[in-house]
Design a protein around this ligand. Structure first.
Ligand code: FME
Ligand code: ZN
Ligand code: ZN
Length: 421
């Protein structure tokens, strides 16, 4: 009969975390936080604290591994509690059963994004304490579990970084989630692209469906759509030609069109509507000047002379408190970078060239405060399945990740920073 240790091992603990459904729109944050608190309680010296920065159904869990010199800036390891929804009928296995296949794959929503890292942080500390009894961190290590990253983080990390509790942590460096790598090198991210939700609206002359006339709302909108799609093609051509990576160009993807006069029996066919709307998901790399982009939108995408209006909703900051683009240095000017990189190398791993993340994470809120923040999830030789059907992570990749974090946590938390605090 299996003993207790065999029943509860890193893989079973990961699978149990994955079985807690924290998918939007109804994430069970309370269950996830209770589970993490119970696991943290099995690791000596860890302290836990639950913060409620908005409503009681959106807890934020903070776990602390105290360092011997609390005056030094601390290290923060962040992960989000939530995940995007899943369509179970389109999966091979139920996305909330954490099915473990005979070839080692663990299928679950959140397996890659990002419940793996949330559990790996704790497993790494557990393992570090077991294998290295004398190890005490110099710097304090904090682990945060935040709600709502997938819907923008406005009631999660955005509130946390503004809190008195966060300021008191005196964070010097942050690791947050990254993305899987399809080859043998780990990926690391020094910036995100900023999302803009752009809605453009065209107005024009209504009229009988049989009439040809200038300036209908539809015609005005179609002209804009052509302009946006041409811009998109030019940006995408840079990627296809190998001149830039996907995350280094501006993406502008149409996500909705709203037009026509709809009745219970369908769209009215013989009326040309007086109003049309289209929505675009626009992503700006930190290297792009947002004012130039705004001018392009006013002058070319939604020009008033074509009877168009627009609304841009910026989903987060573009610049830090000093007005600088939200980028973390990945060279010797950033001592944390050097310590991080060396830890990866000492663990036997290799890093590929630092990248900009194509999407957005909570890292932007910490970079806004000027805190160096890198995106990193130790998943190599793994297909990129975040937000996809059949998201999975191999057990061996998960376990290797725990060892990588042991190296990272030890290196960062023992970094004395000599001339640097
Ligand atoms: C509007 S902010 C949304 C944040 C989201 N993050 C993960 O996918 C993203 O779309 O990048
Ligand atoms: Zn994520
Ligand atoms: Zn995500």
């Amino acid at each position: 009969t299996p003993n207790k240790e065999q029943q509860s091992n890193p893989i079973s603990r990961f699978r149990n975390y994955l079985k807690i459904n924290t998918a939007h729109p109804t994430p069970n944050y309370t269950a996830a936080v209770n589970y993490l608190i119970a696991f943290a309680a099995t690791i000596p010296t860890l302290k836990t604290q639950t913060l409620y920065l908005t409503t009681p159904d959106k807890p934020l869990l903070l776990i602390t591994y105290p360092g011997s010199n609390p005056t030094l800036p601390a290290i923060l390891f962040n992960s989000h509690l939530d995940s995007v929804p899943a369509e179970p009928s389109k999966w091979l296995h139920n996305p909330f059963s954490a099915h473990h296949s005979t070839d080692g794959k663990i299928y679950a929503r959140g397996a890659q994004d990002d419940k793996c890292i949330g559990m790996q942080y704790l497993e790494a500390i557990k393992s570090l304490k077991k294998s290295n009894l004398n190890y005490t961190p110099l710097r304090t290590v904090h682990i945060s579990y935040v709600p709502d990253e997938e819907i923008g983080g406005f009631n999660g990390m955005a509130k946390f970084v503004e809190s008195k509790e966060f300021k008191e942590l005196n964070i010097g460096f942050v690791l947050d989630e990254g993305q899987a790598s399809v080859n043998d090198e780990f990926r690391v991210f020094y910036a995100d692209r900023s999302p803009w939700h752009l809605v453009i609206k065209a107005e024009g002359e209504p009229g009988h469906g049989s009439r040809m006339f200038d300036n209908s709302a539809m015609e005005n909108m179609m002209k804009s759509v052509e302009v946006v799609m041409k811009f998109r093609e030019n940006q995408f051509d840079l990627v296809k030609a190998g001149v830039a990576m996907n995350s280094e160009v501006v993406s502008a993807n149409p996500v909705f069109f709203k037009a026509g006069i709809e009745t219970p029996s369908g769209f009215v066919m013989n009326m040309q509507p007086s109003e049309v709307m289209a929505g675009f998901d626009v992503r700006l790399p930190p290297t792009v000047d947002p004012d130039l982009m705004r001018r392009r939108i006013v002058e070319e995408w939604a020009p008033a002379w074509r009877n168009m209006t627009y609304e841009i909703t910026e989903k987060g900051p573009l610049r830090d408190y000093m007005g600088r683009p939200l980028m973390t240095a990945t060279n010797d000017s950033n001592p944390w970078w050097s310590v991080f990189k060396q830890a990866i190398e000492e663990s036997g791993g290799k890093l590929s060239r630092p990248e900009i993340l194509p999407s957005t994470t909570d890292a932007r809120f910490m970079r806004q405060l000027g805190i160096p923040t890198l995106g990193f999830s130790p998943m190599k030789n793994t297909p990129i399945l975040l937000h996809d059907h059949n998201e999975f992570l191999k057990d061996s990749v998960y376990l290797e990740g725990i060892q990588i974090y042991e190296h990272i946590i030890r290196a960062l938390s023992s970094f004395d920073g000599a001339s640097f605090t």
